[in-house]
Design a protein around this ligand. Sequence first.
Ligand code: COA
Length: 677
Amino acid sequence: MRILLVASAFNSLTQRVFAELRDHGHTVAVHLMVGDDQLREAVRGHAPQLVVAPMLKAAVPRDLWSAHTVLIVHPGPPGDRGPSALDWAIHEDARSWGVTVLQADEVMDAGDVWAHVACEVPPVGKSDLYRGEVADAALAAVLLAVERFASRTYTPQPQHGGGWRAADHTRPYLDQGLRRIDWQADPTATVLRKLRAADSQPGVLDRLAGAEWFLHGGHPEDELRGRPGELIATRAGAVCRATVDGAVWIPQLRRRRGRGEPAAVKLPATLALAGQREGHLGELPELPEVPAPLWLPRERRTWSDVVYREQGSVGLLRFVFPGGAMSTEHCRRLLDAYRFALTRPTSVLVLGGGRDFFSNGIHLNVIEAAPDPARESWANINAMDDLVAEILTTTDRLVVAALGGNAAAGGAMLALAADEVWCRAGVLLNPHYRLMGLYGSEYWTYTLPRRVGAAAAARLTRRALPVSAAGAHRLGLVDRVITAPPEGFGSEVDRFAALLAAAPVLQERIAAKKAARERDEALKPLAAYRAEELARMRRTFFDATEPYHALRAAFVRKQPVRRTRPHLAGGRPRPGGGPGAGDRADGAGPSPPAGRSPGWPLRVRRREGGRSKMLGMSIWTPEPEYSQLARPLAEVLESVRASAYEAPHDALGHAQRRADLAVLDALDAATWPASGS
Ligand code: COA
């Protein structure tokens, strides 16, 4: 079926719906909602049989839902309405919840129900719940609704009337007045609920160290105590704050934006308080750093982002960093913990195993807030590479990466350094860097082709699309897909790891792995992969005109999308028509002119008398960012030239790039004598 996904952002749930519908054989395109007219145009162009909105904050215009079946995914059970569904569920301590797929109608969230699926609500933050139990329920409900729609025999159920009456809960936006924590009265359980209901957005607005902050994340503390509301300790970037009957850990803070100020970025709490670049802010009070033992006793109920334990001859090194972002400091601490794990007499070492993000690579927020973002980027990628190198050179035991949650960019490549990659069935991988304008490191030029082959590696990195767990397994990116709810993933990993450690062929496998590493090292040393990758990364980091810097700034400040990136559109909408013969359904970019590889049109602007004028020419380039940023031609030419020889390409792609470059050169000479001015 031809399905158009309409969403406010290509977020985790939209990505999962996109990847899994494609796994089910559907032709899927994505349109990011920027306005009613653009949506009308997209629907006209794609002529979908079905429109699905996995995460839409705006209403679909009447003329569209009355002419097409538009299915809305609402993260609440039937009868639940309003923009803060999950916030309210956690705020009110619901133990079970659900997701409903309903037909767009006059009243938001009140349309007929195509499918609804219930889910548990464990004590986790809202975004963790959203990416876990809620996403699982949403996928089950969407797939069921699509199947019912395709059958042409199913009649969606009205929420009221006939044999069914859903209880009506239209709840308002959960505002900061309701979220406010009363530190002198709220018990720990209430404080945690309020923090979790606001995690990761919008956070709970509060005063701290003389300034206004949004508090992000909340975890219980079992030993430390203090005067209610007081900050009492720090640990690995988080602050501990006393409540009336205990204390909580708050890992991240975001400064409230003052009038006329740019949006502040969310940072590890101690870093945010220290003010870093914005030195005028409240100083961090003198607080003791109270580290948690790496090998945390099972009965402890405290927060730690890196924990080690053992089970027979299996070592388990669990790490959970907010948003999956790994700063220089995170990488170094994890490397220390990894080195400790290597001193233990185990034969299998499992990395990860937590329920939320495995890793999303270098910490873009910490980089953005650093006094010198280029230097911090450089330090961060080197710290990541040090960690990956240690994993790649572990030859005395098997290393397993266990992904309970999603992984992207360098975080996905971190997983590939392990001997085996296991992931939960609901996991989504984004094994590419280009959307952040980066070539990437983490030894990906060694590990990715080693797993999937050179051609698939080039496709994955160039197309920059999410891959489902099942798709990753088919490609060879993942060795084992574990079907378990998010809460059950850890125990399943324990079970499979014990089986692996007990396997009669284990020692043989370890010996074979050591031999393979030595062979590979003789062919091309790991240091050479690293040096080549880092040379490109260095150029990007230290050149302020590289798209990475603008893309990073937009990402960390959550600048709204202005249009759908062409790699998601799955074929250019054609005025008045459905997909044409040349349109691609695989999201690899719009259809190229005959004889060209898939790519994106690069529009060239000329600056005339301070005004920017679009030249009526375009060439096809594999880099979508360049056309979006509309940078001066000289810069574009430089970047395209530099990147043309960087990514691994098959011979054909390379030849086409050379042809593109020749066109660019001609363009440069013919139309831009004083290029870049
Ligand atoms: N650095 C800092 N923060 C990051 C991050 C990173 N590398 N990756 C994700 N985050 C944060 C997001 O800002 C978001 O923060 P919030 O909780 O304040 O909203 C949170 O983690 C979840 O990410 P989000 O983008 O909302 O989740 P998603 O599931 O919709 O998308 C990704 C996941 C990984 C595709 C997207 O976050 C992304 O592109 N991240 C950047 C990856 C990257 O380029 N890394 C650097 C190169 S190694």
